[in-house]
Write a protein that binds this ligand. Structure first.
Ligand code: 6R9
Length: 598
């Protein structure tokens, strides 16, 4: 049923497997090692390559900035294009100096190892080196997506007990509104030197220009081990508010390895562009740590998606390797094949995708319009690095996510958490062996433990594996909504909805959408006194409810559709039956209703 809903594997037979370039000319025996890879696990050799010593010192920011030869230190690490088209470039050495100023500045405020420090900034260079500076200090960095509203910010700062947040004059207003609820938050550091917008200084506010920019450029990275906490990304589940998935510093080993062998990055020649924001895991693992630990030059753009702008960026900056997402690819496809022809995209040599099922059509379109097939990669916030992939040397089966990376064992499990026969659908699970697998969910150890059964880590996805070892995504195993690659938990949207004065009860599902994979759809029952008198009043009220969620949580969490209902179907124990609402919405069989409340 889920396969039908998501329409991922439909029509796969229409496409023959796509062989890598010049595949036929390569002797069979050499194919697995084409990238120079010979280990038993993909991350074997990462410690030596990163120059890590035997004393157990591992720090992601150090690996990204200081592990390099003097020659690489002098090379460009970051080219940044602002929303208005201004360019700034930074070498690895310069990024390191800025990160050191941040580490010194935070230290002067009393921030120490293990403290949680959040970063709530637009996609500007300060966002990147602030995260790196926090990590050099041994503190835990919590990147926040700039589109988050006050409720989303409050949930994360409060749950993590953050002591400081680095933000901008514009975004600060969203923190100020919830500050009374955050007793642990001592410092609000405002990146004020880029903006002409003034800001109201309140007790605990610190100017970045005054406190950070004047600090020493030298800082000795605090001693952290592979097991120490590094970055924390909040991720949505079916129940409860988003949970803080805590990564270890040791994650850098498999992030480095997958950047090398899956993204195929080469420090000498590549200009690499990851389109993800560091507010999401792809934006830190592969928009910062993996590529920078490889010494690779990265492009960052502050501007949001625009098809011609994106093609222009590839052309002007000579992008060679590109990591993006299916929703963006579908939007490029929609913009037409006549558009890419207007740009010189000949620098591109390797394309990868993540975050949602990659339609076979999108792979074929990439080959035709851009000259290269998109290589799908599957992973999650919790896994910390790519786990099921198409390496550049593998034949692609369009519609499949590829094969597990070397060193990772995938299991397709039944309800008893035992492997099912080949070709059968089940829970997608992994043997927990990657150094990047998350350390815990912050404050939610029992939920973390519940993810491990029978020696497997349960991913929450459903899939099947074919005779060649290729893994085929079927759908989510839970009610989590994937809208344009962003996971949204129904509970957080329902919680925001019921805070609206007119809403009595709410239920939220993911509704299939050809462009965004799914959109958030809400069902709400109203308090009697708020029932609208006519259609005009109804439209106004629904619009008001939409905006209410948008401002509190984020634009992507806003229900695109709201249906008014008399009551919300629940189980006898009071749980919302989202699956029933979804089945009814899509005209599918309603399934077992024995637990439905009378
Ligand atoms: C990296 C990231 C993880 C969830 C994951 C799955 C979906 C990710 C996918 C994919 C089909 C792919 N997902 N990659 N589904 N094909 N190649 O996206 O992390 O935000 O935690 O999302 O996204 O459902 O479980 P995260």
């Amino acid at each position: 049923m889920m396969a039908e809903l998501l329409d991922v594997n439909a029509g796969v037979e229409r496409f023959a497997p796509i062989a890598p370039k010049d595949w036929a000319a390569i002797p069979e025996a050499l194919r697995p090692n084409l990238l120079g890879f010979t280990g038993q696990t993909m991350w074997e050799g990462a410690e030596a390559a990163l120059g890590l010593d035997a004393a157990g010192f591992v720090n992601k920011a150090w690996c990204a900035l200081e592990a390099h030869s003097p020659e690489i230190q002098r090379r460009t690490a970051l080219t940044w294009e602002s929303a208005t088209g201004a360019l700034e470039t930074y070498t690895f050495a310069q990024l390191n100096e800025h990160a050191n100023c941040v580490a010194n500045g935070l230290q002067s405020l009393g921030v120490t190892k293990g403290d949680r420090v959040f970063v709530f900034l637009e996609r500007i260079p300060e966002l990147y080196w602030t995260i790196l500076g926090i990590l050099k200090l041994g503190a835990i960095a919590g990147p926040l997506f700039a589109a988050f509203g006050p409720d989303a910010v409050q949930d994360r700062l409060s749950d993590s007990g953050a002591v400081a947040i680095v933000t901008s004059p514009v975004l600060k207003a969203r923190v100020d509104g919830v500050r009374d609820e955050l007793p642990n938050l001592k410092h609000v550091i405002v990146v004020d030197h880029r903006s002409t917008t003034g800001w109201q200084r309140q007790p605990g506010d610190v100017s970045y220009a005054e406190c950070i920019a004047n600090q020493s450029h030298v800082f000795k990275t605090v001693h952290t081990t592979a097991d120490d906490g590094s970055v924390m990304h909040y991720t949505s589940g079916t129940t409860g508010k988003p949970k803080g998935a805590l990564h270890r510093h040791g994650a850098i080993l498999s992030q480095w390895a997958t950047a090398k062998y899956v993204l195929d990055l080469k420090p000498e020649t590549d200009v690499y562009w990851c389109t993800a924001d560091p507010g999401w895991v792809t934006g830190t693992a592969y928009g910062m740590f993996g590529p920078w630990s490889m010494g690779v030059h990265q492009l960052v753009t502050e501007a949001p998606f625009n098809a011609s702008h994106w093609y222009r960026l590839i052309q002007d900056h000579g992008v060679t390797v590109w990591y993006t997402a299916p929703t963006a690819i579908r939007m490029l496809m929609k913009a037409g094949e006549a558009l890419p022809v207007q740009y010189d995209l000949s620098s591109l040599r390797h394309l990868c995708s993540v975050g949602e099922p990659l339609n076979p059509e999108a792979i074929v379109w990439g080959q035709k319009a851009l000259g290269h097939a998109f290589h799908d990669t599957w992973w999650q916030t919790e896994t910390g690095c790519m786990h099921v992939v198409n390496t550049p040397t593998m034949a692609i089966k369009p519609g499949s996510m590829g094969k597990p990376i070397v060193g990772i064992v995938v299991g397709i499990l039944n309800e008893q958490w035992e492997p099912v026969p080949e070709g059968e659908e089940g829970h997608l699970a992994l043997r927990p062996s990657a150094p990047s697998l998350f350390k815990t969910y912050w404050n939610r150890e029992e939920v973390y433990q519940s993810k491990f059964q029978n020696g497997w880590y349960l991913t929450g996805d459903r899939a099947w594996q074919d005779a060649d070892g290729y893994v085929w995504f079927v759908g989510r195993d839970d009610d989590v909504i994937n809208t344009a690659g962003h996971l949204v938990g129904p509970f957080e949207v329902e919680s925001a909805l019921v805070e609206h004065p007119a809403v009595a009860e709410a239920a939220v599902i993911g509704k299939p959408c050809p462009e965004r994979l799914e959109v958030v759809k809400a069902f709400v029952s109203l308090k009697t006194e708020y029932l609208p008198e006519n259609d005009e009043a109804k439209t106004k009220l629904l619009n008001d409810i939409q905006q209410f969620v948008r401002h509190r949580l984020a634009a992507h969490a806003m229900p695109r559709e709201i249906s008014l209902v008399d009551s919300i179907p629940k189980t006898r124990s009071g749980k919302i039956m989202r699956r029933l609402l979804k089945a009814r919405e899509l005209g599918l069989p309603e399934g077992d209703l024995s637990t439905l409340e009378e």
